[in-house]
Design a protein. Structure first.
Length: 389
């Protein structure tokens, strides 16, 4: 119902996915190392404090592999935790791979991938060996274990975008469809077998597959070619026969889709007055520099948006359009400085729009005017807000 109970502000940001390690326990999320690479890190967040208590850099797990040649070399898009084993399952889009890793020791357990991709690397013996006729995944998303486990056998569902653009693989078959695939993995024998496969329209990014009873859903969130002006598709299959039972188009694209079951008892409980904001809350710093006293050279700034969300000010704009944000009051001045951040892949992300969260809880009571520094010029946004005493 849109209720916000807690917010966690993470220094290096999060990417795509997160999960509870146990009900009510700490939270796992994907993040970035920010050491010249992005979207290559798993973090554990203390649920009660918002502090990051552990970071796992995938490069440390795969320290001897040859694929550190891209800014977004791994592109982790899925993380899940198996509490009975203390392991995590990761899907790495730009490595065409699913990894199982011991969360306590950071040791790699196995890899599900086209076997040719890891040939002649120190990790070839960790790749699951195919049993029977099998189809591999390329730039996949949303790899999760299903509940149906038996001993050494595990069942895994994955959305195979079957896309081969970011890191081409020679053995790619050129298939123009995407798939939801369900695999049987025998961890004792280190083997994998394709249990079933459900063909759907090509979706190049995002998307997921889910199982509900005897039905399988392909949630195709980013169609390569729109259908009747629609950019997303949801297809329902009979799990055993593969017959299409229902098919829906969505006007807009989407990230993923999930079943939703409302907890009406919890929704009937009164909300706390305010959501808790935890973690890295030092969003602005006191500022007495000359910049904040300079007469702005311009008025207004096209494409910049402002919206308060609790006590977080969301400042939206094109990637790196905003270098500094000044809050100038009658008695106090504050600065949020983004000028040290660098976009290393402007061809891909330079035209993306983002909302940057600026915490205002630490500001002293005053009436504040918002100024923006963009491309070396200072702008008066004509936007104001007040912190009550």
């Amino acid at each position: 119902m849109g209720r916000v109970y807690r917010e966690y502000l993470i220094p290096d940001g999060i990417h795509h996915d997160g999960c509870e390690m146990r009900p009510g326990g700490n939270i796992l999320s994907l993040s970035s190392s920010m050491d010249g690479h992005v979207e290559d890190t798993v973090i554990e967040i203390d649920r009660n404090t918002g502090k990051v208590v552990k970071r796992l850099y995938l490069r440390d797990v795969l320290s001897e592999h040859p694929y550190f040649d891209l800014l977004d070399w791994a592109h982790l898009n899925t993380v899940s935790y198996q509490p009975e084993e203390g392991t995590i399952l990761l899907c790495a889009r730009n490595l065409h791979s699913v990894f199982k890793i011991d969360w306590q020791t950071d040791k790699l357990i196995w890899i599900l991938c086209d076997t040719s991709f890891w040939e002649n690397t120190p990790y070839a013996d960790r790749v699951l060996s195919p049993k029977g006729e099998i189809s591999f995944c390329y730039q996949p998303h949303a790899a999760y274990f299903l509940a149906e486990q038996a001993g050494d056998n595990k069942t895994l569902i994955i959305y195979d975008n079957h896309w081969n653009k970011r890191r081409p693989v020679e053995s790619f078959d050129g298939d123009e469809k995407s798939y939801v695939r369900i695999y049987e993995i025998n961890e004792k024998e280190n083997t994998v077998q394709l249990q079933s496969s459900y063909q759907t329209t090509k979706s190049k990014i995002r998307s997921n597959g889910i199982v509900m009873g005897d039905h399988v859903f392909a949630m195709s969130g980013a169609l390569v070619d729109s259908i009747e002006g629609c950019q997303g598709r949801i297809t329902e299959f009979d799990r055993e026969s593969g017959e299409v039972l229902n098919d829906y188009l969505t006007k807009t694209n989407f990230y993923r889709a999930y079943p939703f079951f409302a907890d009406f008892a919890a929704l009937c409980q009164p909300m706390e007055e305010k959501a808790q904001i935890l973690g890295d809350k030092e969003g602005v710093e006191n500022h007495t520099g000359a910049e904040a006293k300079t007469i702005p050279e311009k008025e207004g700034l096209p494409g910049i948006g402002f919206e308060f969300y609790e006590d977080i000010l969301l400042v939206s704009g094109t990637d790196h359009q905003v270098q500094k944000i000044f809050f100038c009051g009658r008695h106090h001045r504050y600065l949020k400085d983004y000028s040290q951040t660098v976009q290393k892949n402007p061809a891909c992300f330079g035209n993306m729009k983002y909302s940057m969260p600026v915490p205002t809880a630490g500001l002293l009571p005053d009436h504040y005017q918002i100024y923006i520094q963009s491309n070396g010029l200072l702008y008066d946004t004509k936007k104001t807000f007040q912190i009550a005493g």
